[in-house]
Write a protein that binds this ligand. Sequence first.
Ligand SMILES: [Zn+2]
Ligand SMILES: [Zn+2]
Length: 351
Amino acid sequence: MSKALRLSEKWFHRGLWVVALVFAGFLIGLGGTIVGDLPKVEQRATVEDFMDRSAVARARQTVKDATRARLDAQQALPQAQLKLKIAQADSQSARETFNNWLATRRATERPEQDAELIERTTRLDALKAAERTALAAVEAQQQAALDASQTASRAESQLRDMERDAQDALHKAQRAQELRVFLYRLALTLPLLAAAGWLFAKKRKGTYWPFVWGFIFFALFAFFVELVPYLPSYGGYVRYIVGIAITALVGRYAILALNRYLERQKLAESLPDAQRREELSYDVALARLAKGVCPGCERPVDLKDVKNDFCPHCGIGLHDHCGHCQARKSAFSRFCHACGTAANAATPADA
Ligand SMILES: [Zn+2]
Ligand SMILES: [Zn+2]
């Protein structure tokens, strides 16, 4: 993965990155298909699974029966009330008739009417009794409605209690299930991640780098998209701690890489000019010059200044003169731009 400057090479590189991405995409698709085809290790539980089914059915039946009984009683109540009203009216009018008759009888004082008095009193008593019976029927319906609604509310609160207990059990089971799913996924993802880490460390610059990077993308996708969301939270503790651990690992790698780079750079800057020039790849040197930095130490240098023949920071030669025509040229170019003589044909007399 050197910094390519040739146009075709640049485009080949871009194409190979596309190959890496496409390769990663197909790997991700294949992984998803495999996971999808695996036997489902877990099934979704519901609240009902954690309730005593027969007890629930009994309680629900009780609620249903009581509700129907209450409705029946409420429908029967107006009928009973109407009958009571009629019985009260009958009794009332009979009493008035009787009182009138009694007044007449007192006035006439006829003893042969005693039998009729007894008969009328009996009839009046019967009407009074009918009135009481009708009242009792009304009270019975009211009582039935009250009983039914109390039974229903008792059964409902029993159901609610059962549901609350089941909800707790369900939450516990779901947490355990989340953990199991996470561990399954971890068992699948961890080897991928380890392989990706090894490939990154050893093979990322090899000939087959697009496939290596494709695999690394695939492993990262598996880790961050298919594993991290299933990380059990435990109130955020696990996520934050894992985040801190990953950041620490990445940070440590970056710090060590920076230190290694600085050490390498320091060592390179202490070498003689010719040797440094040999160790620098031609394309890297040109890319750095194009960015206006010294190819040796990567610090900014003013290349347009015609007096600037050496890097003021590390001392590497930036410009020299052609051995053939003495034209001032970049010390990194392979041929003289003025006469075409190969640069190494001339001994760097003024380097
Ligand atoms: Zn320099
Ligand atoms: Zn020349």
